[in-house]
Each structure stands twice: as structure tokens, then as C-alpha cells.
Design a protein around this ligand. Structure first.
Ligand SMILES: NC(=O)c1ccc[n+]([C@@H]2O[C@H](COP(=O)([O-])OP(=O)(O)OC[C@H]3O[C@@H](n4cnc5c(N)ncnc54)[C@H](OP(=O)(O)O)[C@@H]3O)[C@@H](O)[C@H]2O)c1
Length: 334
């Protein structure tokens, strides 16, 4: 196994200083090849990127089954994170949040089965079910820790108030929410709350779902049928053109520091989290092994004050919400 720095999140959970987002290994941002995906996952472990993120909902369970193939002979090398809480509504076919205690207990057993392991290192509530008190959901999650099925608890897209209520029930290791140069709403409430409570932060979509890395110049760069980004307002025609101004700044700073745009986006996030006093480990996703190396290389990129300021300023000019439904993410409920 390669060596990489480690970061301690909340509840004493120690993970590699950069993680890997598994969602890209199901066809949300274009087609995937399972053989290449598995090779990419093995490469992660080879270079020390051992904090691997998945969810029961990705690919309808296929993502967890793919990760199971990695775990089959390398379980001890992985810090395994998965999630429950997004479910299909049988009447409308739309996704909905679900967090009743019986559902939590059902989901964990299904995930353990698909992952072919007997313990999950970090188990997240993926979305808050507003019809269930958060104390009930986290109480059921705490029972999973007591039963030895789960080691640590996390919460995705919670507000600061929801985080405080949850932390009163059981120690929370991490909040996982979107955070990047163009998605900074979490800095208003939930990041300061996490910092105050000693809870870690796991920024998802740290490359802006690939946008900040510079290869997406227009909606025609997104697959016309299956690419999920087509449903996100800031990727819509018009908004996307305006938002390219952010990418120009990221690219120009990348040239200045001799790094790639993706590395600059990740370095900005690392430095921003440090400035706000929160332990933070991003989970960029990619289908390609070479990009795992590139993204891990961000750990040695440093931006000076002027460069950070230029990126901060560029990020404030972004147009279009980060989610189709603002209430689906924490910002809509703060
Ligand atoms: N909790 C939640 O609600 C939630 C929501 C979204 C995501 N997540 C988690 O967060 C993880 C990461 O988020 P994400 O996948 O949405 O977005 P991301 O990591 O910001 O971006 C992923 C995209 O960037 C591209 N990419 C990656 N590294 C690159 C590089 N060095 N240069 C150029 N392009 C690069 C990938 O394309 P290639 O595959 O072609 O490299 C992929 O399309 C997910 O995998 C998932 O585990 C959680």
C-alpha cells in the first residue's frame, strides 16, 4: 500500500487525507466500464487513497456490489463509507428521503449483504426525512454501532440545527455535503457548527461534478440522455456559459502554480477548510486511475493569499442553484 497523509475526522475516525467518491463508477456522468472501474479502485489502495465512498442508491445497489469486489481480498485496507436514506417513491417514481427506524435497520443489512462484509466503517444518513424526527433516525443508527454492524456515524446535507440535534444522540464522525469553489453555502452554518463540535467534513463533488476541472465547456459535452448534470440548474444552457468564468480563473491559477485545474480546486478546499478550523477530507470521483494520482497530488499544491482571494471572488459570481430542489440540500432549509 502507498503512503498518504492521514486526517482525523470526528469521533476519532482516521482516514486518508484524500478519499475516493465511488458514484462516478455508475453511469451518472457518462458510461462506465466495470473492469476499468475495478482497476481504478485497486489503484486507489495502491497509492494510499483508502477512504472509499459509496451509497445503497448508486446504480440501485450496483455500486456497492462493485466495491464488494475490491473488498473481497483487501477489506482491511479500506475505510468503507456507505449511505442509506434515498428511496424511490413507488407512486411517483421520484426519489424521496426516508429515515424511519425500521428502514434504517433494513438498509444496513441490505448494504452489508451487497458489500459482502460484516461491518461498515462510516454509515451516513444520505438525506434528512422531514417526516421523521432526526433523533429517531440517529437513534436507530446508534443501535447499529452497538450491534457492531457500523463503526462511526455520518450525515449528509444536514443543517447546523439538525447536526446539533443528531450529535446529542450519538457522536458524529462526519458531515458529507457539497463544498467547492462554486458551492459555498455550507460555510454559513454547517461548517462552523462542525468545527465547533469537533465533527469532520467530507466535501462531495469537490471538483464541481467535474466542471471545475475544465473539460466541460458546453452542455453538448454532457451525454444527451443519461448525464445527471443535465438536471442541475447551474449546468443549464445560459448558466453554464456564465459559470465558465470561474473555470477560467481556476485554469489561470493552475498555470501559475504548475498544477492542474482539478488540483487547484482541491487545494483551495483544503486551505479553506483549514482556515475555518474544520478537519476535512474531500472525495473526488473518477473512472480513471491516472486521475486518482492527479487528485492525490493536490495535497502538495499550495495557493498564496492572492490566489485564494481570486478563487473566492470568482466563486461568488456563479449562477444557478446546485440542486434542482433547494430543499433537497441543507441550504434550502437553513
Ligand atoms: N452525499 C451526497 O448527496 C453526494 C452527492 C454527490 C456525490 N457524492 C459523493 O461524492 C463523490 C464525488 O462527487 P462527484 O463525483 O459528484 O463530483 P466530483 O468529484 O466533483 O467530479 C467528478 C467528475 O470529475 C471528473 N474528474 C475527476 N478527477 C478529474 C481530474 N483530475 N481532471 C478532470 N476531470 C476529473 C470525473 O470524470 P472522469 O470519470 O471522466 O474522470 C467526474 O465526471 C461521489 O462519487 C459520491 O461518492 C455524494
Amino acid at each position: 500500500m502507498g503512503e498518504l497523509q492521514q486526517t482525523v475526522l470526528g469521533d476519532g475516525l482516521k482516514v486518508s487525507a484524500i478519499g475516493f467518491g465511488g458514484m462516478a463508477l455508475t453511469p451518472v456522468y457518462g458510461e462506465v466500464d466495470d473492469t476499468e472501474s475495478l482497476a481504478t479502485l485497486h489503484h486507489c489502495l495502491d497509492v494510499g487513497v483508502t477512504f472509499i465512498d459509496t451509497a445503497n442508491v448508486y446504480g440501485g445497489g450496483a455500486n456497492e456490489r462493485l466495491i464488494a469486489e475490491l473488498l473481497a481480498d483487501r477489506r482491511d485496507e479500506v475505510t468503507l463509507a456507505t449511505k442509506f436514506g434515498i428511496d424511490g417513491d413507488p407512486t411517483t417514481g421520484k426519489l424521496r428521503a426516508r429515515g424511519d427506524a425500521a428502514y434504517v435497520r433494513q438498509c444496513v443489512d441490505e448494504s452489508l449483504d451487497r458489500l459482502r462484509t460484516d461491518v461498515i466503517d462510516l454509515y451516513y444518513m444520505h438525506r434528512r426525512d422531514l417526516s421523521v424526527p432526526i433523533e429517531e433516525t440517529v437513534g436507530a443508527m446508534a443501535e447499529l454501532v452497538a450491534a457492531g454492524k457500523v463503526r462511526h456515524l455520518g450525515l449528509s446535507e444536514v443543517t447546523a440545527d439538525e447536526l446539533r440535534a443528531a450529535a446529542d444522540v450519538h457522536p458524529i464522525a462526519a458531515v458529507q455535503s457539497e463544498w467547492s469553489i462554486w458551492s459555498r453555502d455550507v460555510e454559513d452554518h454547517v461548517v462552523p457548527a462542525a468545527a465547533e463540535l469537533g465533527i469532520g467534513f467530507v466535501p462531495y463533488s469537490p471538483l464541481g461534478r467535474g466542471f471545475l476541472a475544465g473539460a466541460i465547456r458546453s452542455s453538448s459535452d454532457l451525454d444527451s440522455t443519461s448525464d445527471f448534470r443535465r438536471h442541475i440548474p447551474r449546468f443549464a444552457d445560459g448558466a453554464l456559459d456564465t459559470n465558465l468564468a470561474v473555470v477560467e480563473v481556476v485554469s489561470s491559477i493552475a498555470t501559475q502554480v504548475g498544477a492542474t485545474p482539478a488540483q487547484v480546486a482541491l487545494a483551495w478546499l483544503r486551505q479553506r477548510a483549514a482556515a475555518l478550523g474544520v478537519a476535512s477530507v474531500p472525495i473526488p470521483g473518477t473512472r480513471r486511475a491516472a486521475r486518482v494520482d492527479e487528485n492525490a497530488g493536490s495535497l502538495s499544491v499550495h495557493l498564496d493569499t492572492d490566489q485564494v482571494l481570486a478563487l473566492d471572488t470568482a466563486g461568488t459570481a456563479v449562477t444557478g442553484h446546485r440542486s434542482l430542489d433547494p430543499n433537497w440540500v441543507s441550504a434550502g432549509r437553513e
